[in-house]
Structures are given as structure tokens and as C-alpha cells.
Design a protein around this ligand. Sequence first.
Ligand code: ADP
Ligand code: ADP
Ligand code: ZN
Length: 230
Amino acid sequence: MRIILLGPPGAGKGTQSRLLMEKYGVVQISTGDLFRENVKAGTPLGKQVEAIINEGKLVPDEITIKMISERLDRADCKNGFILDGFPRNVAQAEALEKMLKEKGIKLDGVVRMEVDDDKLVERISGRFTCSGCGEGYHDKFKKPAQADSCDKCHANGKFTRRADDNEATVRERLKVYHGQTAPILPFYKSRGMLKIVNGMAAMEDVTAEIEAVLKPDSDSDKPPPPRMCG
Ligand code: ADP
Ligand code: ADP
Ligand code: ZN
């Protein structure tokens, strides 16, 4: 599996990446996570990007593209990868296309996760993460079984909330998404690579839809029909 998960902040890209990663033994490459790790570790890259991230703006392409190129060269990408949060504008999409060609890598598809803006704000304001293993949670939609313990790694009380998950920054990030990221949709549509899923559905249903649209015979750029229940 070699895919791009595309969607606004809070669409569920990280959540689906982790589910698919476990199921298919591929790696998740999240530019946001890579930047945050650098910020936390106080690296020169982290110092360069911290203020930009906290304002909800995009890190310059040059930095981001170089980071992705180096990441894709690591051995753990051989079995496949999920790009989460990259590309985020047309210049990055073009750079990625060139880079993959040079590296001899072919993508299986670009999955767009559609979620309404109001829902995104609700999702982001309730989001928190286990600092032990990175598992994502939500105050309303995905609470840990025990309030202060991670379901996955059982680390106690080690949950964090992102500095940029506040209402003002979220509004700016949504603006950036609609202005700069959404224009890459026609780029992939014109290449016949775009697949659309309903990101408003329950987490496990979104996973099933992603798997369905990635099947080679799937009718690519239309949302799949609702699944019948019972
Ligand atoms: P979300 O999961 O809410 O979409 P991310 O974790 O992907 O957010 O990104 C957090 C921040 O990191 C972004 O607001 C931006 O500042 C920076 N960032 C992440 N990916 C990119 C990218 N491809 N290009 C530029 N900046 C990025
Ligand atoms: P992204 O990586 O696209 O920014 P996340 O995967 O971090 O988004 O999801 C944002 C928040 O919404 C998290 O708190 C997550 O638990 C929750 N979430 C993700 N997918 C769903 C879903 N299908 N239904 C309800 N909540 C969800
Ligand atoms: Zn954990």
C-alpha cells in the first residue's frame, strides 16, 4: 500500500493512518508529527518551524520537501507507506510526483477524506494524544477505557494536547486548507488517482471505505454508495 491521505485538519488522517498501518504493516509518514518531534527535541529544524506551526501557516516547501525525500529513502518504507499531511499545496504535489518518479515508486491512490468544517472544529478541539505511543483520542468520540490510561500502551496520565489545536489557529489552518491544499485535488483528479471517502462516518466505516476505493476496479473519484446495514 502506497497512498496519500488528503483532507483538512481533523479529517481523521492520523487516525486512519494508524489503523491501516497496523493492518497492512506499512509506515505512516506524517509531516506534522515529524515537525512536532523536531520541535520537542529542540533541533535546528524544530526551532525553524515552531512559530510557523503555532500560527497555523505552512512550513516553507523547501524544508518540507527535503524532509519527505529523506524519509522516503529509509528502509522501513519498502513495504509501503501512508503519506499523512503531505503534499499540502500544488508545488509540493509537483515535487512529490518528480521525486517518486526518480525513486521508482508508484502510488496506489490519493484518498480524499471529506468532513464539514463545523465537524472539524469539534474534532480538533477535543483531540488529545498519548505521549507514550502516539495513539489519538477524543473527549467525545474516542475516550480511553480508563480516563487516565492509554488503551494501547497503558501509560498513565501521559496525554498531550497540541499547541496549535486552539480555535484561532484552527480557523487559520482551515483557511490554508481551502486556499492552498484543496487546489491539489484537480491535480490528482486529472491523473485519475483521486478517490473520495466520507470522513464523517464512524472510524471503522471510514477504514472500510478507504479499502474499498483502493481496489483496482473501484469507481475512482465518486464517493462510494452508502453501505447497507443488517
Ligand atoms: P492536522 O493533522 O491537523 O492536519 P498536521 O499535524 O498535519 O495537522 O500539521 C500541523 C502543522 O504542521 C501544519 O499546520 C503546518 O504548520 C505544518 N505542516 C504539516 N505538514 C506540512 C506540509 N506538508 N507543508 C507545510 N507545512 C506542514
Ligand atoms: P487529522 O490527522 O486529519 O488532523 P485526527 O486523526 O487526528 O485528524 O482526528 C482528529 C480528532 O477526531 C481525533 O481526536 C480523533 O480521535 C477524532 N476522529 C477521527 N476520526 C473520527 C471519526 N470518523 N469519527 C469521530 N471522531 C473521529
Ligand atoms: Zn499509548
